[in-house]
Design a protein around this ligand. Structure first.
Ligand SMILES: [Zn+2]
Length: 245
């Protein structure tokens, strides 16, 4: 028996209501969390996991799809609370997650600051200061594209670079579910590229979406926007058409 739960977490940021959707996969042996929210999100995560009748302490593995602050902000804290959690990420993301390489997002934000109009600078500086609070964490295991992990009925690693170099999505063939992370976002039931202005390589991002068409997907889980069911491939094609115009 294995199951997949979406963990919608609602919160306020800068006076705005936001939702992120980490995913929880579970079988008789493992409870696997995919991404873990902003810094200090442990209580939100605990509440979300409790809603599906589980506890944060039961998590055995944590897959980090990429090193953005909304996906790995609470990673170091969770590892401190539960040292036995095995942290898993793509080999290309590892240096950024463990902190041996400077965050690409921070580099992008800092390099954009100079050219920015004066009035936009305070917000950008605040964002940079926020990114600098991100705590690095150990990665216990790296994965590569096409790797098939045996847990929860089988999970395939799909490298979806663009938003970030070592960004991964996860395909669960037993339920035809794709956990997209930030390969795509769902906005008003329409798929789009996650924050095009923050996407490090737009060409690669679109190519990653193109590669997703090879998968038989009934259910797509976006970290931003939640679940899309039904004609997922049609929706992915629509996104590609939009950007080819
Ligand atoms: Zn994100």
């Amino acid at each position: 028996m294995h199951s997949i739960h979406t963990l919608d977490i609602e919160f306020e940021q800068g006076g705005q209501r936001q939702v992120i959707t980490p995913t929880l996969l579970q079988d008789g042996q493992d409870t696997i969390l995919v991404d873990c929210g902003y810094p200090n999100f442990e209580a939100y995560l605990e509440a979300a996991v409790n809603r599906v009748n589980l506890a944060l302490s039961s998590i055995t593995k944590l897959i980090v799809t990429h090193h953005d602050i909304d996906h790995m902000g609470s990673l170091a804290a969770l590892k401190r609370m539960y040292p036995r959690i095995e942290i898993i990420a793509h080999e290309l993301e590892k240096p950024y997650i463990v902190g041996t390489a400077k965050s690409l997002r921070l580099e992008q934000a800092e390099s954009g600051l100079e050219a920015m109009p004066e009035e936009a600078k305070p917000f950008a500086e605040q964002f940079i200061a926020f990114l600098r609070t991100m705590e690095p964490a150990a990665v216990d295991r790296t994965v590569y594209s096409g790797e098939k992990l045996p847990w929860c009925g089988g999970i395939e690693i799909v490298h979806t670079p663009g938003h970030m170099t070592g960004h991964i999505s996860l395909y669960v063939p037993s339920s035809k579910t794709l956990i997209a992370a930030d390969a795509v976002v769902l906005e008003q039931s329409k798929l789009d590229i996650a924050n095009p202005q923050y996407t490090l390589d737009m060409e690669a991002a679109l190519n990653s979406v193109r590669n997703l068409l090879a998968f038989d997907i009934d259910r797509l889980i976006c970290y931003h926007g939640g679940v899309l069911e039904g004609d997922v491939r049609g929706a992915l094609r629509k996104l590609l058409e939009h950007y080819s115009q």
